[in-house]
Design a protein around this ligand. Structure first.
Ligand code: GLA
Length: 402
């Protein structure tokens, strides 16, 4: 495939001067808890968005996509940009432009050509990679700080422009990741702890082929879960204060989890909450505990232990959080049959991908089992390497002159 640089020259008749790249990510564990400010443990991977570009003197952004996968877009940078219709890809370009215009009054745009090999709407953050690549390009051109953590906080706010009330995991890992590492990300304040992925470990990504379009049905389901978590927290805070369990009111999930262990918290939650609120709360606090344990397992090279936590995460996402699907459950089961140490849905769910853990000796068997049992009956071998691959922990976004 020809690169975005060549397509740029064909399209605009001059060479580009900058190349920006931003990777997708696979979340290893800690799902649907970043928006509760609880820690998560993702890694960036080798699939990425690349934009070849040339700064303009005015405030226009003209962006084409290589291979015409998305229609070309053009708009002016200004505060309060109007989004296009729901689901339009260009909103992921308008999002960082709008945010940077509102915060830093930026005024310079660019001509660009975008290329991406991150599967779209598959739970690998193809959209945040676009937001980050455009955000990093605009920050660079307009001389705004491009320090990864600062930019990640701005980009996490920026992406809410599309209507999903996301947490900050995707933007942070895609900007801040290091080569060969996963990162434990904690919020308020935003911190990354880089953890080297053991050389022998292999994280397999398997795409169910069911699209999980963040700007579609998933958006309503996602936002509803966020509200349920907020409501569960509000009730728990009130309950704890009324029963004098703690001296000071605990008003955030991190405060709750720091003050009381999971067992104690769940004992109280069972009195205070019911139905979905109880289930959502149980997922949040048990998943947060699994993240901490998973970091320790990776540091200790304990593959089986890490895998068991992934299995428990999937079970919780399925039964308590209600974000799995038949296809995702099947992929998890097949990966386990093939010998994976653990497997779980990754990303927001409702379709998209699973991530499975194997080691260098068992990875071939897991891949073959998945190919034979899941992909061959559905897609023959068509585009297998796009749907099923081993994720390579990769460094975060970067920009360079070309
Ligand atoms: C989406 C959001 C993230 C996170 C995940 C679920 O990818 O963008 O912030 O909430 O879903 O873990």
């Amino acid at each position: 495939m020809i690169g975005p640089e060549e397509v740029f020259e064909e399209t605009f008749g001059v060479p580009p001067t900058l190349l920006v790249r931003a990777p997708g990510r696979v979340n290893l564990i800690g799902e649907h808890i970043d928006y509760n400010d609880l820690p998560v443990f993702p890694m960036a991977l080798q699939r990425e968005v690349r934009i070849a570009l040339r700064p303009r003197e005015d405030g226009t952004i003209v962006l084409h996509s290589s291979g015409g996968i998305f229609p070309p877009i053009e708009f002016e940078i200004e505060p309060g940009i109007e989004p296009w219709e729901k689901g339009a890809w260009g909103n992921y370009v308008k999002a960082p432009a709008n945010e940077l215009a509102e915060r830093f009054a930026i005024g310079r745009g660019f001509d660009g050509v975008l290329q991406s090999d991150i599967p779209v709407a598959a739970g690998l953050s193809s959209s945040s990679a676009i937001v980050n690549a455009v955000g990093l390009a605009l920050a660079h051109i307009n001389e705004v700080s491009t320090e990864p953590r600062e930019l990640a906080a701005v980009m996490a706010d920026a992406e809410r422009f599309v209507g999903t009330r996301g947490g900050g995991m995707d933007q942070t890992i895609s900007l801040g990741a290091r080569d060969r590492c996963a990162a434990r990300i904690s919020f308020r304040p935003l911190r990354l702890r880089h953890v080297a992925v053991p050389d022998d470990w292999r994280f397999i990504v398997a795409d169910s082929g069911e699209v999980a379009e963040k700007s579609g049905r998933l958006q309503a389901e996602y936002n509803r879960r966020r509200s349920e978590c907020d409501e569960a927290l509000r009730i728990m805070t009130g309950h704890l204060t009324a029963h004098d369990v703690t001296d000071t009111p605990l008003t955030s999930y991190p405060e709750l989890c720091a003050a009381l262990d999971v067992h104690r918290l769940m004992g109280i939650a069972e009195e205070a909450l019911q139905g979905n609120l109880l289930r959502r709360f149980r997922h949040a606090v048990t998943e947060a505990a699994r993240v901490e344990e998973a970091v320790d397992r990776m540091l200790g090279g304990d593959l089986r232990g890490f895998g068991a936590l992934m299995d428990a995460s999937h079970a919780s996402l399925k039964s308590d959080y209600g974000v799995s699907s038949t296809a995702l459950d099947e992929l998890v089961a097949v990966a386990k049959e093939g010998g994976a140490a653990g497997a779980r849905l990754t990303g927001a769910g409702f379709g998209g991908c699973v991530v499975a853990l194997a080691d260098r000796w068992t990875v071939g068997e897991v891949l073959e089992t998945l190919a034979a049992a899941y992909y061959e009956p559905r897609y023959q071998a068509d585009r297998l390497e796009e749907r099923l691959f081993v994720a390579v922990p990769t460094r975060g976004a970067s920009i360079r002159a070309i």
